[in-house]
Design a protein around this ligand. Sequence first.
Ligand code: ARG
Ligand code: ZN
Length: 892
Amino acid sequence: QVVSLADYRPTDFVLERVDLTFELDPTETKVETRLIFHRREGADPTAPLVLDGDELVLTSLLFDQIEIDPGRYTATPNLLTIRDLPAAEPFEITITTLINPEANTQLMGLYRSNGIYCTQCEAEGFRRITYFPDRPDVLSVYTVNIIADKAANPLLLSNGNFLGGAGYGEGKHFAAWFDPHPKPSYLFALVAGDLGLVEDTFTTLSGREVALKIYVEHGKEPRASYAMDALKRSMKWDEDVFGREYDLDIFMIVAVSDFNMGAMENKGLNVFNDKYVLADPETATDADYANIEAIIAHEYFHNWTGNRITCRDWFQLCLKEGLTVYRDHQFSADQRSRAVKRIAEVRHLRAEQFVEDSGPLAHPVRPNTYKEINNFYTTTVYEKGSEVTGMIATILGPDLFKAGMDLYFERHDGDAATVEDFVACFAEVSKRDLSQFSLWYNQAGTPNVTVSCAYDVGAGLFTVDLEQVVPPTPGQPNKQPMHIPLRFGLLSAAGAPLAAAGVEGGEVSGDVLHLTERRQTFRFSGIAERPVLSLNRGFSAPVVLHFKQDSADLALIASHDSDLFSRWQALSDLALPVLCESARQTGGKVAAKGRGTKAKSAAVAADPAAAVALTKSLLSIVGDDSLEPAFRAQALALPSEADIARELGSNIDPDAIHRARQALVAEIARAGLDLFGQLVEGMASDAPYSPDAASAGRRALKNAALGYLVQAAQDPAKAAEAYDKADNMTDLSHALGVLVTYFPETEAAQAALGNFQTRFAGNALVLDKWFSVQASIPGDGALARIKALMSNPGFNPANPNRVRALIGSFAFSNPTGFHRADGAAYDFMAEQILLIDKRNPQLAARLLTSMRTWRMLEPTRAEKAKAALSTIEKSSGLSNDVRDIVERMLKG
Ligand code: ARG
Ligand code: ZN
């Protein structure tokens, strides 16, 4: 059944208040729900009350405290319909349901994770607890009573403020919670069990003292201190930058080990995947620390963008997610290095969102229809949604953007709002017509912008021709031109900024060029010398630029642009054509010789001049001590195999891409041998580990250099030495990765794997790294390795983190292993998806998206991928989640 945005209408009944009483039991939890409703003014006076359910068992139903006549209602596991209700005056419905948390393997609704009761209600999990108008525009005030066995569950938590608790008969106790802020059901949370506590306090801007509590498994308390620190910094930052203060006496975070996503922003009681809470130097990498900081901030920021102002319906998901991602990006940029953060964001956007946007699962930032809302927690809604918010900031400038945000907070506090409400605030404060801009919410597909320039010496005139094409996407064959804000600069031959006397052809405000027509020509006058155009600085618009700049111009930008992002981008633009050409050349040849043939390919032979320019620019940046190490490490990372595949666009042979990239790595390693040696020494530090950005940047540069050194030497010794020397998880797991990825069969690699496994036995989150590094080893051997690792005692197919670490890493991060030419890995994945789907449809559907690029593959592989997808599609008993994805993948 398809849900359409156009069909939205408010409910017939207003929900005044909600009282929930839980009698917790692992297999038979009783939930009593008292709801006070009145019919909405103007609603049909005979309309029945229709409540959502999902696999529910109804044991009692009362109307105004009296058992209801069976003729007045119909109950199925998925729906409760009650008829003959009062036309105007309030009435009370009391519902009792019986649920089984232990059997809830979907991890939606109330479930048990490692002996802890916890909930996940977004998007439609609350209806698995009780019958309810389970939609985000039904806001109500909740009181929650929790009754449970006291010894097993000393802790009883829910949203809002703690009212009180006491004993409750033999061996039991109860606790009562009240949340004064009206909220939709998806923000409900309950946690019960026995957990350790880390406590702190935060005093808000206006002097309110807030108790901060992070609950983790006993013994893991010391590993929650970084999360606590990140929380306090987030609270302070939201006051300083957005003027947003926290609004309850208590803010709680609970870490659980079975969780489908990263975390959830339930009012006053965030529930987290423990992976994004727990960290210490021995067990967490710099990337783990950065993720924890970002996700703690993200969930906290939802308190205003999501909770105080929520979404009218799930089509508006980007209203809270895109905006909140934008906010957490700004936070991390302020805490760390803005340029390096931006590069990482763009890498992620291109690797995930651009791929989604160009394939069968493409959808607008605000979709028009869905069959399963769980499948729309996508990088398009989140990351492109954030980019769209960022473009509003770029178009309006910081002051008007802030004024628009302030207006939004003031006008819509307490509302279930829409994207239109949000955009209207910015249109109003800026007096700009943002209707063309709003196409970013409604048109799917990544715009292609083709650029060409001309310079007329005599006239001092520089012309920039731009053409935009938004490609067709499923359901949207024809597109209108968008408003694309491109930050830019003109550089002299010496790399200095060049100013124009004037510009014609369209709006240019400050350093932002506004492309609004399908084709548009901007003419800059008074330009004394031939300028080099640096376009889309800071990646101000999420578009693909087609701009044939010659190597000399790119090298100039790479070494001189004032925008660090553009310098990194220019390096990437130098590298990609070399890599693509080399992949094209080796691809055909090797395929003809048959699988497994080791190509003696010199990537570089494809275009020696470009390769030389690249190596020179790259090494001069990497060796430039005036630049921050984290930026230099990003430069060394080179375009990924997925980046090359995207650039090629079709007829993808992952083996050829892998060879091409390895050849370039080897070339750069040879050319930079001395520099890399110096960096490995020079970036090392004797100071105790600190996760701060500067220290992490030095480690990143040291480790990137080490990777090149080891490959230049074709000898695992240096990596083995680094493994032995490492005194923190960042260095340790990097050394393990180098050993295992490039020398998988060597004794050194096997020894390190064995050591790692023994050393971290019992620490599942760390062992996930061990699984994932092995799952990512390139080549045909990967599949057998995965199968063997699945019977490792540390692997648990019921835990989403374990599944993502092993099977997910294989499918998403091992292009040559997963796309082996005989298609065996596709068949394996189909089998696994069908098995996982029985237990956890959301996890299965997410894994299935790893095959969304199947049409881009060369024909043999594409054929085999399609066959595996068809097998899934034809299977009986598919979940909605998997059915929706597989059908779209085969159709689009
Ligand atoms: N709102 C959560 C967050 O982004 C994610 C919840 C995802 N839920 C789901 N059913 N997919 O912070
Ligand atoms: Zn979110």
